[in-house]
Design a protein around this ligand. Structure first.
Ligand SMILES: Nc1ncnc2c1ncn2[C@@H]1O[C@H](COP(=O)(O)OP(=O)(O)O)[C@@H](O)[C@H]1O
Ligand SMILES: [Mg+2]
Length: 373
């Protein structure tokens, strides 16, 4: 009898690694995490290899010795590190996906090259080049750091010319990208998975609602979605997966506009907007990532019920015992200490129709932002 068990090494030990392990154990997989401390969310879910720093060679060697395959939790993972590790152990997604996804300028250049619509943009590195870019793109425009931004951090929405100097002062002094503002009706995302055998699967488009740059909730599938829009999103993903030779989960954030879908950014990893798939889809994004990087057949991505919503628990844990009383709600806590703006967990609710979904969202009001917040 052949075994499908793999030893999976994960660079990082946050909630994504934790949910990856929870999904991988039923398949018999084993996990090791490269962690900064034993308090991290995934540290107790496998072999915990403590790294003094991201460059800690002994820790990296220990992960390499353990793993059949290595994956990572963050697009800020070092490309040089992945290249080095890949000499001895397969790393998925490979260097190329990471290289494009970790730099907003490279990412947009790739979208342009693949004819995937995205915001017009210019790279800027001085107040003078920012002023010139504002002239070229017009206002409003969104100024962002080219690397390392997340949850809306490292961004400045420039509405008027008089804010240019302030924007440069707040986030400048490093390479930035100015993006033309996209007038969107909704924010959507799509998650696709590819394995090394070139099998592709796609989850349905979902709708994401952010507040202060942080994802607050996701409705899955997105309401009133025409099949041709889903097909458009899948066509963007097909060319991206193939161009990157991507193995694993790939997420694309999109703006829905009158002219169709405009790409915002991609992530070469499992994504917060896919957490609903744990209970909401036949195969979760986490299980499909594990399957993909282990060379296993991919699982069915279709929803198990008409509708689901995923609500993030941000900053403080809140009245979670009430959630446990709700028959169609699923609570996930990541074992993290409370801190403003921090993702501590999420709740997924399942529903037969919109009325049932919104009744449950209403019951979860304590976890949702107030309208005037
Ligand atoms: N070009 C743009 N036009 C309009 N809104 C934007 C644009 N870029 C970003 N945003 C808004 O800012 C949010 C965060 O930007 P994003 O590029 O996704 O950064 P992050 O890495 O922080 O998620 C988006 O979800 C969207 O609401
Ligand atoms: Mg984003």
């Amino acid at each position: 009898m052949t075994s499908i068990t793999h030893k999976i090494g994960v660079l990082g030990a946050g909630q994504l690694g934790r949910m990856l392990a929870i999904a991988g154990y039923p398949l018999g997989q084993q996990f090791a995490f490269l962690a900064q401390s034993e308090q991290e969310p995934a540290a107790a879910l496998g072999k915990c290899i403590l790294a003094a720093s991201a460059e800690d060679q002994n820790a990296v060697k220990a992960l390499e010795a353990f793993a059949d395959v290595v994956t990572y939790e963050s697009e800020n993972t070092s490309v040089a590190w992945v290249r080095e590790m890949a000499k001895t152990t397969p790393v998925y997604p490979a260097e190329k996906s990471l290289f494009y996804a970790q730099h907003r300028g490279r990412e947009k250049a790739l979208f342009d090259q693949l004819s995937i619509p995205c915001a017009p943009y210019q790279i800027v590195d001085s107040l003078a080049s920012l002023t010139q870019a504002v002239d070229a793109l017009g206002l409003p425009a969104v100024l962002k750091t080219t690397t390392e931004g997340y949850d809306g951090k490292g961004q400045f929405l420039i509405k008027e010319t008089r804010q240019i100097a302030q924007a440069w002062q707040e986030i400048g002094g490093r390479e930035l990208i100015l993006e033309g503002f996209i007038e969107f009706s909704r924010e959507l995302s799509i998650i696709a998975v590819r394995n090394a055998q070139n099998e592709h699967v796609y989850y349905p488009l979902v709708q994401n609602v952010h507040e202060a740059g942080i994802l607050r909730y996701t409705i899955a599938p997105a309401r009133q979605m025409m099949p041709k829009i889903q097909a458009q999103a899948e066509s963007y993903m097909t060319v991206l997966l193939d161009a990157l030779d991507h193995v694993g989960v790939l997420t694309l954030e999109l703006f829905e506009t009158l002219d169709g879908l405009v790409a915002n950014e991609m992530a070469p990893r499992v994504h917060n907007s896919g957490h609903w798939t744990i209970e909401g889809a036949h195969t979760s994004q986490f299980e499909n990532h594990v399957r993909a990087i282990s060379g296993l057949p991919l699982g069915d991505t279709s929803p198990r019920q008409p509708l689901a919503a995923m609500v993030n628990i941000i900053g403080e844990t809140g009245p979670v015992e009430e959630v446990l009383k709700m028959p169609k709600a699923h609570l996930h806590l990541y074992d993290k200490a409370e801190r403003a703006g921090r993702k501590l967990g999420h709740i997924t609710v399942l529903a037969e129709d919109e009325a049932e979904l919104f009744a449950q969202m209403n019951a979860l009001k304590a976890f949702l932002p107030t309208l005037d917040a």
